[in-house]
Design a protein around this ligand. Sequence first.
Ligand code: SAM
Length: 345
Amino acid sequence: MSHLSTIDLKKELVRVTSAYFEEPIDYLKLSNASTDYKSLLHEISGQNMDIEKGRNDIKNENGNALGTFWAALCLEDALRTRQFIKGIDRAIKDTKKKAPIHIMYAGTGPFATLILPLILRYPKEDITYTLLEINPFTYSVLQNIISKLDLEEYDITLVKDNATTYQIAPENTPDIIISETMQSGLMKEQQVPIFINLMSQVPYDTVFIPEKIELHLGLKKTDSLDGRFLKEHYTDVEKLFEVSKESMFASNPSKKQLIKKGSFAKKKTVIKEETLKGYSHLLINTYIQVYKDLKIDINESGLTVPIFIREIPNNNQSTVTVDTQYVISSEPKLEYTITLDTVVS
Ligand SMILES: C[S@@+](CC[C@H](N)C(=O)[O-])C[C@H]1O[C@@H](n2cnc3c(N)ncnc32)[C@H](O)[C@@H]1O
């Protein structure tokens, strides 16, 4: 256990996380903040998570929930962590409702990484929190952190439950709902079924963080010399899928029913041979709008790394057709088939 008193631990947490709030971003400070935030949380927890029950993901019919050890590692994705913390802070400040406001955090991981710096910064009368986590080991580590930091004086409700089926009490609907339960390409994890379940139970003006996640069909230029990522080597062809209140809360009731069941529209994209000249790969690109102008661009985080789906041959003479559909299953993903039609001259 730490040699610091509880009061000093809280002060230290506020100090080490201050870089997340600074503007403009100083990447060196941000990286140091990640290291310090992580080591302080591990010191407080005192729990080794690199054990079998910590490394095992929980498999559900609509996707995986990350093992405790892996969920703890998410903190190290520095820009991601910064944009979410800053975005939640901005959303709290933008909330017009009289205090207390209610924040629900679905999939906290062992440290409630994205909300802890804010719990410590806002008066306890201003916000009530519902922290939802499915993994029992992760949940027990979080319980311990909350108790060691003496956060019992705050209005925090810890819930061990599945956010894809969780029922929100109608008299206590949240004003802000946060979930970062995704990977690049919205693969494997449960971001989409979690948001569908929660979106279907709350008023339209509830703020969801992230506000929008988009998957695009993309192309990568041939001449990326030394393997370094350069944004100008990547381009988008078409948006394939969007997760947002606007897209999920479709005004059309029959579409809404389909979305509730997790049936998403099929999309066909045809790319002409001329368009493909100078490009070496077909990709799925992920973009995240965390809150308003706080975004995570392609490759700025592990969550937005481009996914290579097909090489385009040098001498390509084909029109390429890509059929896609986002499908929720035990391994959610954007399913695709790629067909090449050679142009006969
Ligand atoms: C990618 S980790 C992120 C951890 C932390 N929120 C962060 O951003 O650093 C996702 C967390 O959500 C939890 N989770 C995933 N699916 C869930 C579900 N259906 N219900 C509740 N928690 C879930 C996982 O167990 C894991 O702890």
